[in-house]
Write a protein that binds this ligand. Structure first.
Ligand code: BES
Ligand code: ZN
Length: 454
């Protein structure tokens, strides 16, 4: 074990250089203009895993290729760990808000800045490096490993479930490890035992058959942007609750014990507001900020457009208005059922004189894990050894839908071991990953393989 850690400590700079090379490839899955780059990103990951000594391949899908790699030399008595992550990234927009360009990775103040630095290339790389170090320094790993690194996580993993179902035998494992979440705070590593689910959709309201002069026609027909805003306004009541009928029917309420556990975590609401640049928090009445973020559902408009948005004024009643909406879901809410409930609510409240078109995008189930598993105990020990402090147990509000499908299709649990921070600006400009967290995460990963073998 020590030789593995020594190897990782001695090769920190090369590790950062290799990560930089991956970060230079703009693997934006949402935008088809980056298709070739996405492919290059997949090849880069495959080649790195092959160079580390794994059998690695690109598995084609109707969308972006999935990188699969394995090393099964630990034998059938050792556990098999499947490492899941994603090499695709969010779009870098708004470009002018970046201090240095999103795909020109730059190290400053002890962190590496680039789109994907923490979500998820940097975190994936901790496992690539640790596995490579074991094979290099010890000639073998204490566990069998399988990597599944996909290229469509940021757009809803639309081809992943099929891949899992078709390759059930090949992907057989005892536990899945994912590093795509965050620590609780600086110096406070965490194991995440719950994630929210998600449903995503898009609605377009159409009014008049073309943009109209707002003086000649305004006031005589529904303006679809005005109507859409009213419709969106109806999604919540004054207490911040979602008004869609049946929305809360399946929500498992927080237990007193869990609320107590959340309250026991250090949390400074004032600092939180300052960090986000707001002078008040807002959410569902009767719940704390952590409860609202981790264990209560939401309904958010992600983008809204319509009419004239160019420079200067233009006096029109627009013909259409569109909103992109996502709801975060908590156990046991069903994304398909609630997509229908949302559509029915929107249709029922569409004013006469406008037409609503509803388009469902992706969905994913929420998850909570059992804290009393030997895998969690092994992860605790690994994190404590690498970070010098025991992890706290947290839930998080983001979604990794495949965690639920790993359980459903492969019958296995997932360890969510995030090495990043929620201040790393994932999905925002100036995304970054602390080099110290990158390194500690790599060491924790290396120790984890030993601890999981026990
Ligand atoms: N890494 C995030 C998920 C995440 C972030 C979990 C922070 C917990 C804490 C992941 O890449 C992501 O953003 N997922 C999407 C999923 C969606 C597109 C289905 C999300 O949560 O918006
Ligand atoms: Zn991610």
């Amino acid at each position: 074990m020590q030789s593995v850690l020594d190897h990782l400590n001695a090769n920190r700079e090369q590790a950062v250089e290799q990560l930089k090379a991956l970060l230079r490839i703009p693997t934006v899955s949402a935008d088809s203009r980056f298709k070739d780059d996405v492919r290059r990103g997949a090849e880069f990951v495959r080649d790195a895993l092959a160079a580390a000594g794994l059998k690695a391949e690109l598995c084609p899908t109707p969308g972006n290729a999935i990188v699969y790699a394995e090393w099964l030399g630990a034998g059938s008595s050792a556990p098999t760990v499947l490492i899941y992550g994603h090499y695709d990234v969010q779009p870098p927009d708004p470009l002018d808000k970046w201090t240095t360009p999103a795909f020109e990775p730059t190290v400053r103040d002890g962190a590496i800045y680039a789109r994907g630095a923490t979500d998820d290339k940097g975190q994936v790389w901790t496992h690539v490096l640790s596995v490579a170090a074991w094979l290099k320094a010890a000639g073998k790993l204490p566990v069998n490993v399988k990597f599944v690194i996909e290229g469509e996580e940021e757009v809803g993993s639309r081809n992943l479930d099929d891949f899992l179902a078709t390759n059930k035998g090949k992907l057989k494992c005892d536990i899945v490890v994912v590093s795509d979440t965050s620590q609780y705070g600086p110096g406070m590593p965490a194991i995440t035992y719950g994630l929210r689910g998600i449903l995503a959709c898009e609605v377009t309201l159409t009014g008049p058959n073309r943009d109209l002069h707002s003086g000649v026609f305004g006031g005589s027909v529904w303006n679809p942007i005005n109507a859409l805003c009213r419709l969106i306004g109806k999604l919540h009541d004054d207490e911040g609750r979602i008004t869609v009928p049946g929305f809360y029917d399946d929500v498992s309420p927080l237990t007193d014990a869990e609320r107590q556990q959340f309250r026991a975590l250090p949390f400074d609401e004032h600092k939180y507001q300052q960090k986000l640049g707001v002078d008040a928090v807002h959410g569902e009445a009767g719940f704390s900020t952590l409860e609202r973020r981790w264990a209560r559902p939401t309904c958010d408009v992600n983008g809204i457009y319509g009419g004239y948005t160019g420079e200067g004024p233009k006096t029109i009643v627009p013909s259409t208005a569109t909103a992109k909406i996502t709801c975060r879901l908590v156990p046991n809410q069903n994304p398909d059922k609630l997509t229908q409930a949302l559509e029915s609510f929107l249709q029922a409240n569409t004013p006469a004189g406008t037409k609503l078109k509803f388009m469902a995008h992706h969905g994913g189930w929420p998850t909570v894990a059992d804290l009393n598993s030997p895998f969690i105990a092994a992860a605790r020990r690994a994190i404590e050894q690498a970070f010098g402090t025991a992890p706290v147990m947290i839930r998080e509000g983001g979604s990794i839908p495949v965690v639920a499908t790993f359980k459903l299709i492969l019958g296995v649990d997932t360890l969510l071991l995030g090495w990043g921070q929620d201040t790393d600006n994932l999905h925002s400009p100036d995304e970054h990953f602390s080099l110290a967290d990158f390194h500690k995460g790599t060491l924790a990963s290396a120790v984890l393989w030993k601890e999981l073998a026990k």
